[in-house]
Design a protein around this ligand. Structure first.
Ligand code: SF4
Ligand code: SF4
Ligand code: FES
Length: 241
């Protein structure tokens, strides 16, 4: 969801001489934007302020689901606005949320097998194995396979396959059986964590350290930092390979 932002200082003239620009259609209106911009950057460059449909801006939170078409291509493509680059002639709109009814359940009353899927998300069994969800997933996850695993009650396999799901909802948007795949994934991850994974001694140790205030000094240091210092620290962090 966008609203018009204040005009830029260039008075709205953005077709800079010498810059490599492309034209895109945002919600049906043509805009000229830099060719290497992400969709999110292009929307903002065009003068919109994104007030819904942006979060981490790094491909992690799933808030920026977008659908688009390209010239001469009949397909409706899906992507995350913060990581997908614009292309000449792209016609796009953001889908900041996919309507759904989230089931309320008590994990302690469920068992980690097919009965839980049947009880909480019976719609899962409407899957016709068309593969549309897998094609729609911007994370490249085998969505159809994890729904099939859910139908077999193999919640541990679902949890593994859906591990990198960012809950953008684009699979659910395209599913002809109207399944909410990511919620099936979340349920399976919870069941797996609660019942199937071995207890972690490392986690227990870390919780004990937190409770003994071992990290309070470091937290205080972080809380006192300004945005620039926090940002520098964040990007210098060690990432798991
Ligand atoms: S599985 Fe669905 S909700 Fe999760 S990232 Fe893929 S498309 Fe988005
Ligand atoms: S889009 Fe829906 S019906 Fe098709 S494979 Fe995925 S879950 Fe099944
Ligand atoms: S803004 Fe978080 S995934 Fe795009």
């Amino acid at each position: 969801m966008h609203k018009d932002a204040e005009p830029h200082e260039d008075g709205g003239k953005r077709e800079h001489v010498g810059a490599h620009m492309v034209s895109v259609f945002i919600n049906g209106k043509r805009h000229v934007v830099p060719e290497h911009a992400t969709i999110m950057r292009a929307i903002e460059y065009a003068g919109h302020q994104i007030i819904r449909g942006a979060g981490c801006r790094e491909g992690f939170c799933g808030a920026c689901g977008t659908i688009y078409r390209l010239p001469g291509d009949y397909k409706l493509h899906t992507g995350l606005a913060c990581t997908t680059l614009v292309k000449e002639g792209m016609s796009l709109t953001q889908i900041p949320s996919v309507p759904m009814e989230k089931a309320v359940y008590d994990l302690e009353t469920l068992t980690p097998d097919v009965s839980a899927i049947l009880q909480v998300y019976p719609v899962t069994f409407r899957c016709v194995a068309c593969g549309t969800c897998t094609k729609a997933c911007p994370q490249g996850l085998p969505v159809m396979d994890y729904i099939q695993a859910a139908m077999r009650g193999d919640v541990a396999a679902v949890a593994d396959m859906a591990f990198d799901c960012v809950a953008c909802g684009l699979c659910a948007l395209r599913c002809p059986a109207e399944i909410i795949q990511h919620e099936v994934g979340i349920l399976s991850k919870r069941l797996t964590g609660r019942y199937l994974r071995k207890e972690s001694r490392e986690l227990d140790d870390r919780i004990a350290e937190v409770r003994s205030h071992k990290y309070d000094g470091e937290y205080r240091k972080l809380m006192a930092m300004d945005k620039a210092a926090l940002s520098k620290l964040y990007y210098a962090r060690d990432l798991e390979p």
